[in-house]
Design a protein around this ligand. Structure first.
Ligand code: NAI
Ligand code: AKG
Length: 388
């Protein structure tokens, strides 16, 4: 039986895919082979020896210690694109709320009622405090044109906006998804100087930490409305609060609240709601569980953030899966041990990603444990599994 630990609330649409005769699934499971997680913090989590893989039902993996996982040969999976539409729709909401003060208006209406005023008699007089511009014919700047950014770009074009996107690592697939009217700029300052609204859709990494700092904000147009449904750490809060206080930034919409931000005027802070739709939760859960199961049962790797994409039809009588360092002669060293024992290789795949590589070999006969141990003892081998 595989032991699967569930952290966070994961949609039953995903959990039901674990067959009860092969998987024990729950939040109290110990000695886990796999973890399914959303945003629960795992940076200080002590992994058991047994842990083979973590499946993130979502996209941002900044809650997972990727380097530590790689060193221990733990595969980390994510679910690219599975929640992109949910985030795109909340970006639309955030853009509208950053324009007209919908939040202030709703609060004002409630306050009138609380104060005993018949609100219908004061609405027409009170509404002017919450006026704001339309999105139509305004300019939107999008930082990051991946799964979410490209959907936002196309939606904004459909709304009649002029759209500028910046993504120095734009993939061919993402570029092909973009409406032809989107202006892709090479220099982010081009976007800053034009945009009335800016929305950020990039991963939080050491390189993107506080990328939106005082200098970046100063390069934006006065009165810009800034939307951050990516990660709080991408924005330097102090610089943002100062810019809101001075009026340089008209509104800051964020999915990552903290007390300082919430107490600053012109901030609308939500409770990390971007992916919180049943559709998105189901998509993410189903994809994460499928990825985890195929890895545990077949060694196949789909959508891993630390290991290469390796998917092979099963053949032969046993599959040997080896995570190793991406250094010369590993394949030769592994196959030398197999041929020495007269084991025929039915099929084989060897791919790398960064410092790691993965070799998957389908064998004509089951390996003796002694040979598996010898592969494990080869220099630069991190983890070995033999799957029947
Ligand atoms: N609020 C929420 O609930 C959610 C938030 N997110 C956040 O959104 C982020 C993006 O998600 P996806 O669009 O699905 O990821 P993605 O991987 O499809 O797209 C990210 C894009 O950013 C680009 N990029 C990387 N560094 C860049 C830089 N310095 N400047 C401009 N572009 C850069 C990449 O080339 C890529 O195209 C996630 O990492 C996560 O932090 C994602 C889902 C839900
Ligand atoms: O699971 C969630 O609700 C968070 C989604 C998210 O932030 C992500 O996928 O990066």
């Amino acid at each position: 039986m595989y032991q699967i630990k569930i952290l966070n609330k994961i949609s039953p649409v995903g959990l039901e895919r674990f067959e009860s005769d092969r998987y024990t699934v729950g939040s109290e499971v110990a000695g886990e082979d796999g973890i399914v997680v959303r945003s629960a913090p795992l940076l200080d989590y002590e992994f058991p020896e047994s842990l083979l893989a973590i499946a993130r039902a979502g996209v941002g993996v900044n809650n997972i210690p990727i380097d530590r996982c790689s060193e221990a040969g733990v595969a980390v999976f994510s679910t690219p694109g599975a929640n992109a539409n949910a985030v795109k729709e909340l970006v639309l909401c955030a853009m509208l709320m950053s324009s007209r003060d919908v939040d202030g208006s709703i609060q004002w209406v409630r306050e009138q009622v609380k104060a005993g005023v018949e609100v219908s008699t004061v609405v027409e007089k009170g509404k002017s405090a919450f006026v704001g511009p339309e999105l139509y014919r305004k300019t939107l700047g999008i930082i990051g044109l991946g799964a979410i950014g490209s959907l936002v770009a196309n939606m904004a074009i459909a709304l009649g906006m002029d759209v500028y996107g910046y993504d120095p690592y734009l993939s061919v697939n993402a570029a092909l998804r973009l409406d032809r009217h989107v202006h892709v700029v090479q220099d982010i300052r081009e976007l800053y100087k034009r945009a009335d609204y800016i929305t950020v859709h990039i991963h939080y990494t050491p390189q993107t930490k506080q990328m939106i700092d005082e200098k970046a904000i100063a390069a934006m147009k006065r009165g810009v409305r800034f939307i951050n449904l990516a990660r709080g750490e991408i924005v330097d809060d102090e610089a943002m609060i100062a810019a809101l206080d001075s009026g340089w930034v008209a509104a800051y919409m964020t999915d990552f609240p903290n007390n300082a931000l919430v107490q600053t005027p012109h901030v609308v802070a939500m409770s990390h709601l971007g992916a919180s739709t049943p559709e998105s939760e189901q998509n993410c859960a189903a994809m994460a569980v499928d990825e985890l199961k195929d890895y545990l049962e077949n060694g196949n790797i789909h959508n891993s953030v630390n290991l290469p994409e390796v998917v092979m039809e099963r053949s032969g009588l046993m599959r040997l899966c080896v995570i190793h360092k991406n250094v010369p002669a590993m394949l030769a060293n592994i196959t030398a041990l197999l041929s020495r024992d007269g084991i025929n290789v039915e099929n084989l795949s060897n791919k790398s990603k960064g410092d790691l590589a993965y070799t998957m070999v389908d064998l004509g006969a089951p390996l003796e444990q002694r040979v598996v141990d010898e592969v494990r003892q080869l220099a630069n081998v991190i983890r070995v599994r033999a799957i029947l």
